[in-house]
Structure formats: structure tokens, C-alpha cells
Design a protein around this ligand. Sequence first.
Ligand SMILES: Cc1ncc(C[n+]2csc(CCOP(=O)(O)OP(=O)(O)O)c2C)c(N)n1
Length: 671
Amino acid sequence: MSSAPNVTSSLDELCINTVRALAMDAVQKAESGHPGAPMALAPLAYLLYTRHLKHNPGDPDWPDRDRFVLSNGHASMLLYASLHMSGYDISLDEIRSFRQWGSITPGHPEHGLTPGIETTTGPLGQGFANAVGMAAAEAHLAAVFNKEGHPIIDHHTWFICGDGDLMEGVSHEVASFAGHFGLGKLIGFYDDNRITIDGSTDLTFSDDSARRFEAYGWHVQRVEDVNDLDSLDAAIAAARSETTRPSLIVVRTVIGYGSPNRAGTAKAHGEALGAEEVKRSKEQLGWTAAEAFTVPGEAVAHWRRGNEALAFANDAWRRSLIAYAKAYPIEAKELGRRLQGELPGGWQQAVPTFNAESGSVATRASSGVVLNALAAKVPELIGGSADLSGSNLTIIKDSPIFSAKNHAGRNIHFGVREHGMGGIMNGIALHGGVIPYGGTFLVFSDYMRPSIRLAGLMHQRVIYVFTHDSIGLGEDGPTHQPVEHLGALRTIPNVTVIRPGDASEVGEAWKTALQHKTGPVALVLTRQKVPFIDRAHRGAASELARGGYVLDAGAKRAQPDLVLIATGSEVGLALEAQKRIEEGGRAVRVVSMPSHELFLKQTAEYQASVLPDGVRRIIVEAAHPMSWHRFMRTGDVVIGIDHFGASAPYQRLYTEYGITVDAVVAAAQTS
Ligand SMILES: Cc1ncc(C[n+]2csc(CCOP(=O)(O)OP(=O)(O)O)c2C)c(N)n1
């Protein structure tokens, strides 16, 4: 670390300008990035990290730390510089390697890569939604675990967002949610710089954001200049003392602050300032160090002046946990388990077994039964639906509703806010201690797709309950009938899609989902009834965990003449077709393939044992065929649907679109 004496007159200013200089230098070196917002927001970040956040750079995973989310993720250098200055394990060399291969300082902050980064941000609006989810998780855990004199869960969630975040619809959804549910420990800052990429916000954005948030039930304040630390401090104090409403502090800033030619312009947003402008900006800021990436020793010392106290607070929390454990041993053990992300002993036994007497049931209905059975054993399972709880069957019957008055409730009514639900679920999962699930119709997974993608990218443990999974929903018609959605979900990396074929597979699907810690799981379920599959002499439903398995080996058990592969509601159809084709003398194997992703994780030997080489395959799934290419060779066919559906009883639709036993039998005859 080189030192530069007398770079500015005041120590606070020196600390702030160090962030500005690092942001300029890093973007300049990378020749790409966003210097403007970090230069503008440096005073706020400095104030938060040094005076307000409850955190410990020495222990970034302290469960009761405050969470901080930079929703305008393009301002990533603000975070990297602040974390570096605070003492997180981000070296100056890493800052020099901003945006380079193998660095922990990528273009946008990525959770899991860099210490102190609570969530991956970049797609605008998502971070805001994550912050709401984190605050909801904190409120829930506090309500469940805190006892008189033992506030064991007691932290704030902070976020910064920009014009872009507030223009995105998802911020409206989650702001409305946070206001309604009284998330009083959520404190946000709106970087009101009136500039986006295209130019001034005058071009397109004249909302009165302060009034908008007031209307959502937030406590709103304004600070006229981000450089006025005293006013910021006062606003933060007021926000903290407001405990029943979330807070938004609208802060006026100047993008590219300090740059003589770029400040206040869109040119400051997303490109390097240029060597000459960096030099002139530093001069204007009173920054005299000639060398790039200079970090004055006194600035580091001043940034970290509170670190001992923060480490002490962390220790104090651990001691308070011991006291809590003495007074409430059962709760403490439970909290510890949940924070570790471990499931309770014996939880799997909760899953009911289904038999022929259960009859034909829609897989959404068996999912509701399984969820309720599991919820009784797995209290960290919390969630709900985007206003379709009666259709998605996502209600935990014995649990109260999550409300502003009762954050302990496990049934979350997300409202008609699918996108918000997806972002909130990510925030809940990122917080830890709870496993969120959320339901809607499969067709509306499109509405939350950006959040599903981020759940995949961040490897988050969330469970989607997507019902009404095909043209099989019938009369609601093509607007509600998913066609391309299964394939679309299967293309998102790290997302595990499971479309179980009967009640027994549904039980196994939930088991797999709960155990899957490294990414989201989408359960894809029918509206219509599907037959119970008798497992005598057939593959066990527990084989679902392998993604695909031999359900019915057919007449020639070792080497069939034909393999039928099906998922979900089409498994029953495949079994019927098998019977018919075998009557003609050919040996047919039926493979249930509820999950491509799980199957592709199996060994090549296992895959070949299920889908033998050189045996023709006919695939049946009431969805767009495109995602099956990985399992097809010349001569194989998919019986699916590559056009929109129609409004009619589902049996008629299956007949009209040729997803029938006859069609499978006919396809079998063509080889
Ligand atoms: C969903 C989404 N759409 C578009 C972008 C591309 N983008 C990145 S920053 C930005 C403008 C953001 O403006 P603002 O929030 O005011 O940031 P500032 O200009 O103050 O840095 C856009 C459109 C994005 N990151 N995410």
C-alpha cells in the first residue's frame, strides 16, 4: 500500500475520495465499467460501512450481521472499494484486476465469489427485491426465535437503488409488498441523480418517487446532498427509529462527482473517463497522489477505526447465543440447525405413501398433501403463491398467515406479483434459516424468469410450485396453457425442473427438492387428474432422484425393441401405448423421465442402462419438443406440441393435437 500524504484536508473526505479514485482507476485500467455512480455514492457507502452497518469484515457470514445490497450492481466498484477499505478479504490486486478473468471483482457483484457480497446484482430491480426478501426472512426468524431479553435475530437490511431500479416494474411489486407487510428494518437509499444511460431522466421518468413510496406505506425522507454526512446521519437515525414501516431516503447525488467534464452527464455512467479526465478529476477532488490505485494508510486506518468494536459486537452476539442456548436449549438447537441449512432428523418419513386407493389425483393435489406433511416436520419451509394458493395448493393448513402483525406466519400471500415473488424468494434464501417456496401457473413462470435465472446463477435453495402445466389445464385456453415453458426453464443453468408422473413421484420430487441445496427446483404439476401408477413389478418412485428410470421394463426386460419416454401426465399415456404395442408382438420399455437435469448428472453407464444404445425412442410430453434434442438420435420422435393451444376440455385438446395413445402406436409402426 503506497501512502500519499496530505491528499485532502479532512480525513472523511480522504476516505471518500479513496473510493472515488479507486473506482476511476479500476474502470480506467479495465477500459470498461461504470465510474459515475461509485464517484457519486462514495460518501454514502463510507458512512454506512464505517458508522451504521452491523458487520464484521473478519466474519462475513456472521448470521446476525446487517445485510447490504447494491441494487444498482453496475456500480460494483463502490462495493469492491468499500469492502477493501473495510478490511474484507479483497486485495488491492483484486481491485487492479477489476473485470478480468479469474478475479473476484467481476463487472457486476456476484454472490459466493467475493466476501461481503450478499447477492448478485446487475439486472436492475432484482437487488431491491432481494433486500425485501432478506428483511422478510429477518422479520420471520426474529418473530419465531426471539424471546424476552434475547433478541437473537436483530439486524437491518440496507439497500441502494438507482433510477433504473425504480423504473423496473419489479421494484413496484416489492415496494408494495414491503410496505404492506410492515418490514420496518428495511432501509433503502434512492440515488436520485436524474441520469440513466440514454441521458437525463427528463426523457422518460417523471414519477414523484418519494410520494410513490409514501403511498406504498413507506417512511420517506430526503437528503439534498450526498456529501452532507450530517444530514445523511440524521436521516439514517430517523429511519432506524421508524420500526413499523420500511424507510426510503431519497438522496440527491451528482453522477461522476468530481469529474470536470463528465459530472452530471450520462457520459459518466458507463465508460472509462479517459486518462486525462481521471487526472483532472483527481485534481478537482484534491487528490494529489500521482500513482493509480493509491490507498493512503491513514484512509485505511480511518475506514477500519470501528473494526475492533465490530468484532467485539460479533463476539458479544456469540456470547448472547450461548446465553440464549442456556435459557432456550431447544430453540437454540433448532436455530443452529436452520442456519446451517440442515434438515431435521427423520423428515423424510413425513412424506406419505400413496396407493391405488388414492385413485387418480392431479399432481398439484398430491403436491398439496406432501407439502403439508413436510411442513409439519420442516418448520423452515415458508412460502405461498402469487394469488393462486387455492389452485397451486400451497397453503400450509396448520400455520397462520404471514402478516404485518404476525411475521411468524409461514403462509405468505405474495399477491399478484410473480416477479416480486421470485426476487423476494431469492432474498429469503440468501438470508438463510428458511427455505422459501412459491407457486403460480407454469405459464406465468415467464413473469418471474429473471429471478429464476438469478436463483440459478446464485445456486439458491428455492422451490417453485408451478401448476397447470400444459394444455391439460383445458378450458382457460391458450393464454394460460404453457407450451414453451418447460423447455425454457430447462435451458436455465442450475435450475432443476421436475415433472412428476403420479402421486408417488410427487412425494419423491418434494424430497429431492428439499434436499437440493445448490440451486432452485421447479416442480411442474398438473391441473388435471392423472392415474395412480401401480408399482408392483415396476420401477420404484424413489428412482425419481436419478431423473429418469425404467418404469416398466416391458416384455423383453433386457433389450427392448422400443423405448417410450414420458414425463408427468404423459407417463400414464405411455403405459397404455406400451400395452397396445406389445400386443402387436414388440417389446416396449417405458421410461419415466421427470427431470432432464437429474438424469444428465448420472453416470454414462446408468444413462445407457435406461436408454440403451441402438434402440429407437419415442418421447411423449405435452410441451414444445425442442428441449429433448439431447436424448434423440436419427429416427427418434417427440410427440409434443409446438403451437399454441385452445380453449376446450383437455381430452379434446389432446385428441385434436395428436397427443394420444393412437399417435404413439402409429409412431411405433413407422420404424
Ligand atoms: C433489467 C436491466 N435492464 C437494463 C440494464 C442495463 N443498464 C444498466 S445501468 C442502466 C441505467 C441505470 O440508470 P441508473 O439506475 O440511474 O444508474 P446511474 O446512471 O445513476 O449509474 C441500464 C439501462 C440492466 N442492467 N438491467
